[in-house]
Design a protein around this ligand. Structure first.
Ligand code: T5A
Length: 216
């Protein structure tokens, strides 16, 4: 059985990653593929517990910036061993809502930790589980945050700890993603996330088709 494929969605807040991941999975399943959806932080019992700590301080206090990095990596290491590698090895495709590029963008470019250090930690956490394709849903920060605000109002929720960061932080994250896409053109494809859902989904499908299903 051929190893499956790993596709990750990345980008600033509110870019539509979860929406587009769901739509892509539908299309892949229509082709008869087994698809596993997962997300970061989370995707395992340990990872979901860490998600609570990172987003809503469920340990009773906020992690310091260094702990934040290591908690994201711990969640990731567990997800890779418990979910991703077994799925890929049995030939399933894995669609992951955020992966290690989020640490490089948020904790590296956003918080200001050295990007090379984040990449070393990412590599330790994932081993050879490197995405075959990373779709960067690019969105300007104010539109992304407007979408998040609308969703929060609908669910009567508060922003989580990282969403609550200043716009300047989120702008650094966005610029960090654009830099990563420039540095890794063979793996990254940038899609404009500022349009309607169907137009974005059409572009996402075109990218996936070109990368994996092109004739010849
Ligand atoms: N983080 C994560 C790090 O700092 N380091 C790391 O290493 C990792 C892995 C995770 C947080 O952790 C940080 C990043 C995040 O701050 P999360 O709850 O998983 O938090 O949230 P995100 O992944 O950031 O997801 P978002 O909340 O930003 O949303 P999505 O998934 O990008 O967008 P989606 O699909 O949920 O859509 C958001 C809203 O917009 C609407 C949707 O209906 C929804 O209400 N929408 C659109 N509206 C108009 N037009 C469109 N095209 C739309 N698409 C979606």
């Amino acid at each position: 059985m051929a190893r499956g494929r790993l596709i990750t969605f990345e980008g600033p807040e509110g870019g539509g990653k979860s929406t587009q991941a769901g739509m892509l999975i539908g299309r892949l399943e229509e082709r008869g593929l087994e698809v596993v959806y997962t997300r970061e932080p989370g995707g395992t019992k340990l990872g979901e517990a860490i998600r609570g700590i990172l987003q809503y301080n469920t340990a009773g206090e906020a992690p310091c910036a260094e702990s934040e990095v290591l908690l994201f990596e711990a969640s990731r290491a567990q997800l890779v061993r418990q979910v991703m590698l077994p799925a890929l090895e049995r030939g399933a495709w894995v669609v992951c809502d955020r992966f290690f590029d989020s640490t490089t963008a948020y904790q590296g470019f956003g918080r200001g930790f050295p990007v090379e250090m984040m990449e070393t930690l990412n590599q330790f956490a994932v081993g050879d589980a490197v995405p075959d394709l990373t779709i960067l849903l690019d969105i300007n920060v104010s539109l992304g945050m407007q979408r998040c605000a609308k969703r929060q109002a609908g669910h009567k929720q508060q922003y989580d700890r990282i969403e609550s960061e200043a716009l300047e932080f989120h702008e650094k994250v966005r610029q960090g993603y654009l830099e990563l896409a420039r540095r890794h053109p063979q793996r990254f494809r940038k899609v404009d996330g500022m349009r309607d859902v169907e137009a974005i989904a059409a572009d996402v499908w075109k990218v996936v088709s070109d990368v994996f299903f092109a004739e010849g």
